[in-house]
Ligand binder design. Structure first.
Ligand SMILES: C[S@@+](CC[C@H](N)C(=O)[O-])C[C@H]1O[C@@H](n2cnc3c(N)ncnc32)[C@H](O)[C@@H]1O
Length: 235
């Protein structure tokens, strides 16, 4: 599995990890520093990643792009499916996050690239995913990333997103307004808990929503599947 432009992952001492954990909430999220810790919270995302793949049903003959793949957790889930796609590409701005990806099937690729400027021709992919990304982006970057997803997906291609959504249980719902008040003020780790329903922004970019689902175990999450444009494709 080639990883384009990825240096060897830096080793961090326990002290630096601890200091990072304490200071983490005060600065913008530094994904290079988060990389090692991030892989360990995989299980909190697993349910939603599986759910969005279940809704998307990628076929073996379809080319899939995972935008902001991080340590490629979604691609790892995809690889375990009975008949995974022949071609899958994961991109991320952080080489350190990519360096934590597990071994992926031959022919799959990881690349350092930005969601707001995807290095692919128009209509290159049948399926795209962006999991736990959109709620992190500032409005302009989010608009650009959504426009890029629409551009690189073929007309009729499917987009699956996972964002943080309100919890389902009564206790979680009670605490959610306070958590959101903190998350919306914070530019560090807490910002990763900002909830977002990207439905209207996706629809403004020409996507047609075909399914949505919420998952409650792990991070409370909202999974959406949309079709690019309205005339072609399976949706
Ligand atoms: C919360 S993690 C999600 C990782 C992965 N999608 C998952 O579900 O586990 C957010 C990821 O987005 C990446 N990222 C942030 N801004 C990005 C951008 N503009 N383009 C590409 N990746 C970006 C970060 O490097 C990080 O790996």
């Amino acid at each position: 599995m080639p990883i384009v432009g990825v240096p060897v992952a830096p080793r961090r001492s326990q002290v630096r990890l601890l200091v990072g954990a304490i200071l983490g909430g005060m600065a913008a999220i530094d994904w290079a520093r988060e990389a090692e810790r991030y892989r360990r919270q995989d299980w909190l995302e697993r349910r939603a990643l599986r759910e969005v793949l279940r809704l998307l049903e990628p076929g073996t003959d379809e080319d899939l792009l995972d935008v902001a793949t991080g340590p490629a957790s979604l691609l790892a889930e995809l690889a375990m499916m009975a008949r995974p796609p022949r071609v899958a590409v994961g991109i991320d701005t952080s080489p350190e996050m990519l360096a934590h990806a597990p071994e992926l099937p031959a022919g799959w690729e990881l690349r350092v690239a930005d969601a707001t400027e995807l290095p692919f021709a128009d209509s290159s992919f049948d399926v795209a995913t962006a999991t736990y990304l959109l709620h992190l982006l500032e409005p302009d970057a989010k608009r650009l990333a959504i426009a890029e997803l629409a551009r690189v997906l073929r007309p009729g291609g499917r987009l699956g997103t996972v964002t943080v959504g309100p919890p389902r249980g009564p206790l979680g719902r009670l605490a959610w307004p306070a958590i959101q008040a903190l998350a919306r003020r914070d530019r560090g780790r807490m910002a990763a808990l900002r909830d977002l329903d990207p439905g209207s922004e996706l629809s403004a970019a020409g996507f047609r929503e075909v399914s949505r689902s919420r998952t409650g175990s792990g991070y409370p999450s909202l999974c959406l599947v949309c079709v690019n444009g309205s005339r072609q494709g399976r949706g």
